[in-house]
Design a binder for this molecule. Structure first.
Ligand code: AMP
Ligand code: ZN
Length: 135
């Protein structure tokens, strides 16, 4: 789809720091992380909402999200995590290409109210490597 930042990431037209790739999905570091280790799981094919996603793809997404969450927790030393899927502009979905957020959490760590701060790009590859090692 034209003008979709995640389609551009899938196509390699804009850079991303990836922790996992398979025939259906890519998992990458969020560029404005809510917490260290914030990952996005995106399908290679463009779908906007969970309502548009084929059920076989949805059925693959959650086991993969579980595996990514386990790796993210170990990789950044977190103790909990949020899984967030925004569906539609009114829900807060800014990028209209389906994605599942995995947000590692530590005790007493509050989430920023809206969006995260821009990632420190000198550190992000090392956080990604720590997650990859645990996949
Ligand atoms: P949402 O509000 O659910 O649509 O979330 C979109 C997410 O995509 C936000 O957390 C952004 O930080 C993230 N994001 C946007 N552009 C990029 C990018 N080029 N690389 C990585 N993450 C991105
Ligand atoms: Zn797209």
């Amino acid at each position: 789809m034209g003008n979709c930042v995640f389609c551009d990431i899938v196509g390699g037209r804009i850079p991303s720091i990836r922790v996992h790739e398979d025939e259906d999905f890519i998992a990458l570091m969020d560029i404005n992380p809510l917490t260290p280790g914030h990952l996005l799981l995106i399908p290679r094919q463009h779908f906007t909402s969970t309502l548009d996603m084929p059920e076989p793809l949805l059925a693959k997404a959650l086991p993969l999200a579980k595996r990514l969450a386990e790796a993210a927790i170990l990789g950044v030393g977190a103790s909990a995590f949020n899984i967030i899927i925004n569906n539609g502009v009114e829900s807060g979905q800014a990028v209209p290409h389906w994605h599942l957020h995995i947000v590692p959490r530590k005790s007493h760590q509050e989430l920023p109210l809206k969006v995260g701060a821009p990632a420190d790009l000198t550190k992000l590859p090392f956080t990604a490597a720590a997650i990859r090692e645990n996949l």
